[in-house]
Design a protein around this ligand. Structure first.
Ligand SMILES: Cc1ncc(COP(=O)(O)O)c(C=O)c1O
Length: 444
């Protein structure tokens, strides 16, 4: 097929850009036009190394023929079909394929798959399943969900309620939720390599919230096993195990939000596998289709699924679903994506690169403004000291500088977050680190 060409000077007024300072961006836009492997090409023809896998989603790198061909084939065979009281084979095939790689492996039992269209939809779906499950087993007073400060669980009303990022919350009303403290502790854990040593006691916050609200009001607790969007916050050693134990003690479901950590980011198929802690529900999206077609999925344990498969057989068990749940084109993209991951060993490749990645990132210690460096699998964060009275501006300047030098990074506040495609080569790791290092030396 011919490549599509666009004008490189589009009218910028109409697209209301998400999570973007629209006026600032439109005054000096950064426009990407093509992508292949580890690189974007911008509208002026410059190559840009992708240090962020798009937006934590293009795990197998860009322009994968197997995926694009599967999408083309499916589009011309059957563009859309409903999944409400109807089905099509590819949705079942994809669910079975995902189940074969389910978080926690065959013993984990997380092999019942509910399809959504995004991470936000996966989160709201998981919260609703948790509440519905509790009611179905006679625990109907359990409607509260516990999240965590600095958590990011997308932008639905459920997701912002359990999320812990103030800018996403302050304007909007929320569902009943409460929050544990976050686990970022730069004072005690700065420059840890991998999991930080201090902070397991923060899991006891769940005990405190049970004492405050009563276990009989709490349906579930949701955490990102590793928080990405808030700036790469790692769980202290033993923390997730402790959380699992407390949740079990009180009949509270544990939900891992693996929208970022799913599909190989930490060097195992899921963070659930990395930590060996098995939750009751796992939310995913992003890497599920290598970012090509919007899609998400919730993995539910058999306990949760079977708990809801009760009542008369002609009764809908869960009044929930999306027009695009199990969209055939998304399923085709997902199936081909899983094949690429399998053929190239990408669900575990990050484990081979993790120590080189760690050493490369930590070589930036001592450069101007750097107050912490964090890493796990193929994720990294470089936290900068904020400028007096102008938080976020220093990292933003580094971001623009890196882009102009041919590297895409992501910044959140004054934290640089990195999550390259899992096909990255060692030389490209060096390029990422040296480009950031040079930008830090230039940064005021
Ligand atoms: C942990 C987590 N949950 C949910 C979401 C929301 O996903 P989406 O933007 O696809 O709605 C994200 C997005 O970055 C995420 O990182």
């Amino acid at each position: 097929m011919d490549k599509i060409t666009h004008t490189n000077t589009p009218v910028l007024d109409n697209f209301w850009m998400p999570f973007t300072a629209n006026r600032q961006f439109k005054a000096a836009p950064r426009l990407l036009a093509a992508a292949e492997g580890m690189y974007y090409t911008d509208v002026d023809g410059n190559k840009v190394l992708d240090g962020t896998a798009g937006l934590w989603c293009v795990n197998a790198g860009h322009g994968r023929k197997k995926i694009t061909q599967a999408v083309e084939r499916q589009l011309s065979t059957m563009d859309f079909a409903p999944t409400f009281q109807m089905g099509h084979p590819i949705a079942f095939d994809f669910a079975a394929k995902l189940a074969a790689h389910a978080p926690g492996g065959p013993k984990g039992g997380l092999d019942r798959v509910f399809f959504t269209g995004s991470g936000s939809e996966s989160v709201d779906t998981a919260l609703k399943i948790a509440i519905a499950y509790q009611r179905a087993i006679g625990q109907g007073t359990r409607t509260r969900i516990i999240g965590r400060e600095k958590g990011y669980h997308g932008v639905g009303f459920g997701g912002i309620s359990v999320g812990g990022l103030v800018n996403n919350r302050r304007v909007f009303p929320q569902i009943p939720a409460d929050h544990m403290r976050h686990t970022l502790d730069v004072e005690r854990n700065a420059f840890s390599k991998g999991l930080p040593a201090h902070g397991i006691e923060l899991a006891e916050d769940l005990e405190r919230l049970v004492a405050l609200h009563g276990a009989e009001t709490i349906a579930a607790v949701i955490v990102e096993p590793m928080s990405g969007s808030a700036g790469v916050i790692l769980p202290p050693k033993g923390y997730l195990e402790r959380l699992r134990a407390i949740a079990d003690k009180y009949g509270i479901l544990l939900i891992f939000d693996e929208v970022i950590t799913g599909f190989g980011r930490l060097g195992t198929p899921f963070a659930t596998d990395y930590f060996g802690v098995v939750p009751d529900l796992v939310t995913t999206a992003k890497g599920i289709t290598n970012g090509t077609i919007p899609m998400g999925a919730v993995f539910a344990s058999r306990k949760v699924y079977d708990g809801l498969m009760t009542g008369p057989e002609n009764q809908i068990e869960l009044f929930h679903g999306y027009t695009y749940s199990g969209h055939p084109v998304a399923c085709a993209a997902g199936l081909a994506t899983m094949e690429v991951y399998e053929e190239e060993g990408l669900l575990t490749r990050a484990s081979e690169l993790a120590s080189d990645w760690e050493n490369a990132l930590h070589s930036l210690k001592g450069l101007p403004h750097v107050v912490d460096i964090r890493n796990l699998g193929l994720v990294g964060a470089i936290e900068l000291a904020p400028r007096d009275g102008a938080p976020g501006t220093r990292a933003y300047d580094v971001f623009v500088d890196c882009f102009n030098k041919g590297l895409l990074i992501r910044v959140t506040g004054d934290i640089i977050a990195l999550s390259p495609p899992l096909i990255i080569e060692r030389a490209q790791i060096e390029t990422i680190v040296s480009t950031i290092g040079d930008a830090l030396k230039r940064a005021a």
